[in-house]
Write a protein that binds this ligand. Structure first.
Ligand SMILES: NC(=O)c1ccc[n+]([C@@H]2O[C@H](COP(=O)([O-])OP(=O)(O)OC[C@H]3O[C@@H](n4cnc5c(N)ncnc54)[C@H](O)[C@@H]3O)[C@@H](O)[C@H]2O)c1
Length: 301
């Protein structure tokens, strides 16, 4: 199948591309390399076509017929939008261009959404819960999910918004300060530096390994769903203190975290996915525990 992956040089995107290539798909990556890297695509070099471009350029690019689009190439972190709120409009306009391409090609779209959608809703988080507005990044995603529905209602474009929870795994280096805390803890502890935690470390996240995220995206792509949104987590949550302790243990070190006052306004303290819908619609079942995921990352280097 002819597959376009926007953001395919990024963390989640490149893991997805590797699996698509393993399955024999014909993959084109479109990425502006703002947080992506060529290193992330090293294992599939020569097997994918890579276009260095932003999604806003899609209408001008001569893309060959596309049957399936993974739209992952969206600025990926909330602080980016606080620094530049115009990203809200830009990422929504790019979303419209990607959906325009899908409409023209009668292609299906699987796109990155986020658990940030749940904001201050009490966990476990179900897809029908909606938070009050509190963050630029999240507002952009709310608009995207609504637009996906508009494209379905008006033109029959099928899409699935994947509400990723806290994703960690290989290929996060290029995200630097925007990487998941699990990766940040590993980078620090490997160099005998303390993991840095904002607050007292009792905040929790539903940490999900990127291989489970890739599996959910592929299941959604090959299911017949119309227009949907689906949680992608593990249904288990872990405190930052426990995550830091796990990383220390796998390195055989006992480095205590450095606690700093939390500077983030509207901070989300707890996330936890309800997986009922994911199980029902796409038969998704997370396979990698946090222990196993951390063990693999520490071992892989
Ligand atoms: N990693 C997580 O825990 C998590 C959680 C929830 C949602 N998400 C969402 O998943 C998506 C992928 O996140 P990620 O963690 O892989 O981050 P990432 O920053 O590694 O991936 C984004 C990729 O898209 C590219 N990109 C950014 N803007 C672009 C544009 N305008 N045109 C083309 N390419 C562009 C970047 O260069 C990068 O390769 C993002 O939309 C993010 O918001 C991630």
């Amino acid at each position: 199948m002819k597959v376009l992956v926007t953001g395919g040089a990024g963390f989640i995107g490149s893991n997805l591309v590797e699996e698509l290539i393993r399955r024999g798909e014909d993959v084109t990556v479109l990425d502006n390399f703002s947080t992506g890297s060529t290193e992330n695509l090293e294992s599939v070099r020569g097997e994918v076509k890579v276009l260095r471009a932003t999604c806003s350029m899609i209408p001008k690019l001569k893309l060959s017929k596309t049957e399936l689009v993974f739209h992952i190439g969206i600025p990926s972190s909330s602080p980016m939008y606080r620094e530049n709120p115009l990203l809200v409009g830009e990422s929504i306009n790019e979303f419209i261009k990607v959906f325009g391409l899908a409409k023209k090609n009668k292609a299906k779209i699987i796109y990155a959404s986020t658990s940030s959608m749940y904001g201050r809703c009490k966990p476990p988080h179900r897809e029908d819960m909606v938070s009050e507005p509190f963050d630029y990044y999240t507002e952009a995603r709310v608009a995207m999910e609504r637009l996906a529905r508009v494209y379905h209602e008006l033109y029959g474009v099928n899409s699935v918004g994947m509400r990723f929870f806290s994703v960690y795994g290989p290929h996060e280096k290029a995200k630097g300060k925007y990487a998941n805390v699990v990766s940040q803890f590993i980078w620090n502890i490997r160099e005998d530096k303390p993991p840095v935690i904002y607050g007292d470390g009792t905040q929790t996240r539903d940490f999900v390994h990127v291989s489970d995220v890739v599996s959910a995206c592929l299941k959604a792509a090959w299911a017949d769903l119309g227009c949907e949104v689906i949680n992608v987590g593990t249904g288990k949550s872990t405190t930052f203190n426990r995550a830091a302790e796990l990383v220390s243990r796998f390195f055989g070190k006992s480095i205590k975290p450095e606690y700093r006052p939390n500077p983030i306004k509207n901070y989300v303290y707890h996330t936890l996915a309800d997986l009922t819908k994911a199980r029902k619609l796409i038969g998704y079942e997370p396979e990698v525990t946090l222990e196993e995921g951390v063990r693999r990352l520490v071992k892989e280097g």
